[in-house]
Ligand binder design. Structure first.
Ligand code: MN3
Length: 201
């Protein structure tokens, strides 16, 4: 049985960049719905009952075909949001040693990286995510439609932003660029560093 993880901060902690009502609805309604639908999809498949959502996505080929898409959508939604809450923080952080090293190698500077990542986020057509992922070929910026998880392709998410309208509409309406710009203020660079160290070790 998958359950909603607690937020590592209060609903209003990311104000003014991300507002309390958005956070509360996003966590208790949207994320909860992915979990409920994932539980429903796997309820008659006892062999899957004890697998973590990450395992389910990494081993998506072994998930029965009649529920595969449901696991991609709702398991992906569960995993992506669990990741997303941790990649944000009310605490002011800055890029760590490993983060600086690998992002400068790949993008020249943190500012260029942020520009490129922002472009990806702005280029998501409709509902989806922009991710920095670690792949067998190194670090890659990638757009993902809907709730498709990097884990489906055996890649590790390092940083990611939810650009579904439910993530910003109440405060920013259609102004995704303003949301993405504000979001950089709450990025948890400590978590980015941990993700990188784990992926590259
Ligand atoms: Mn969302």
């Amino acid at each position: 049985m998958h359950t909603l993880p607690k937020l590592p901060y209060s609903y209003d902690a990311l104000e003014p960049h991300i507002d309390k009502v958005t956070m509360e609805i996003h966590h208790t309604k949207h994320h909860q719905a992915y979990i409920d639908n994932l539980n429903k999809a796997i309820e008659n498949h006892s062999s899957l009952a004890n697998l973590s959502v990450e395992k389910l996505l990494l081993k998506i080929d072994t998930v029965p075909s009649d529920i595969q898409q449901a696991v991609i959508n709702h398991g992906g939604g569960h995993a992506n949001h669990t990741f997303f809450w941790k990649i944000m923080s009310p605490k002011k952080t800055s890029p760590g040693e490993m983060t600086l090293k690998v992002l400068k190698e790949k993008f020249w500077s943190i500012d260029v990286f942020k520009e490129e990542f922002t472009k990806k986020a702005m280029g998501v057509f409709g509902s989806g995510w922009a991710f920095l992922i670690s792949t067998s070929k190194g670090l890659v910026l990638k757009r993902h439609s809907f709730q498709n998880s990097p884990l489906l392709h055996n890649n590790s998410p390092i940083l990611g932003i939810d650009v579904w309208e439910h993530a910003y509409y109440l405060k920013y309406q259609n102004r995704r660029a303003e949301y993405v710009k504000a979001w950089w203020n709450v990025v948890n660079w400590d978590e980015v560093e941990r993700n990188l160290v784990k992926a590259l070790s």
